[in-house]
Design a protein around this ligand. Structure first.
Ligand code: RTP
Ligand code: MG
Length: 174
């Protein structure tokens, strides 16, 4: 006969709340509520950050966290590691390190898919009218904004720039 050790439910409560707070960010991303956008160096340089943020807020995104950062080559290379070996990778790393950029944790229902729709195609010439890249991007290489392409990548990318405690600290009770 199997011997089972049964814990009283009350003993599990602190453990459960610790787990839920630790994984709340992951859960939000898994539920597709949270994604990462980055205003890229070209758009920062040409003063488009405010317009882009206003566009995102009109689309229902809530700004959960943001910080102006200057990526190092190693950080930019790691962030775009999926493209390592592609012909455009060195130019991409050079561009992403050419000036400050603005990573943003963005919240909305269906955040990952909706942000991809709102930014438009990679090449602004192919982007739909009214999309951020159509409105503000210069070229396929200098295309104004990044957006996570899957919930799994959103989880990795939000965590790349923002510690979970940072998001909780920004929005938790005083
Ligand atoms: P992102 O990751 O920045 O949101 O862009 P994306 O998904 O629309 O495009 P992706 O295929 O992930 O490529 C990442 C970035 O690399 C540059 N790229 N250049 N010259 C080219 O053929 C080429 N292809 C990609 C773009 O800046 C693109 O945003
Ligand atoms: Mg991409």
């Amino acid at each position: 006969m199997r011997s089972e050790k049964v814990s009283h439910p009350l003993l599990l409560t602190p453990c459960f709340s610790l787990l839920t707070s630790h994984f709340s960010l992951l859960l939000e991303v898994c539920l597709s509520q949270l994604t990462l956008g980055i205003v890229k160096p070209d758009a920062i340089e040409t003063g488009k950050a405010g317009l882009i943020l206003a566009h995102l807020q009109r689309e229902g995104f809530v700004l959960r966290a943001a910080r102006l950062v200057r990526l190092t080559p190693s950080q930019a290379g790691e962030f775009y590691a999926v493209h390592r070996g592609r012909p455009f990778y060195p130019d991409l790393v050079q561009f992403m390190t050419s000036g400050p950029c603005l990573p943003m944790a963005l919240e909305r229902d269906g955040a990952v898919a909706h942000l991809r729709t709102v930014i438009g195609a990679t090449d602004p010439q192919e982007a739909a009218p009214g999309t951020i890249r159509k409105l503000y991007a210069e070229s396929k290489g200098r295309n104004a904004i990044h957006a996570s392409d899957t919930p799994e990548n959103a989880a990795r990318e939000v965590g790349f720039f923002f510690a979970e405690g940072e998001l909780a600290g920004l929005w938790g009770k005083a």
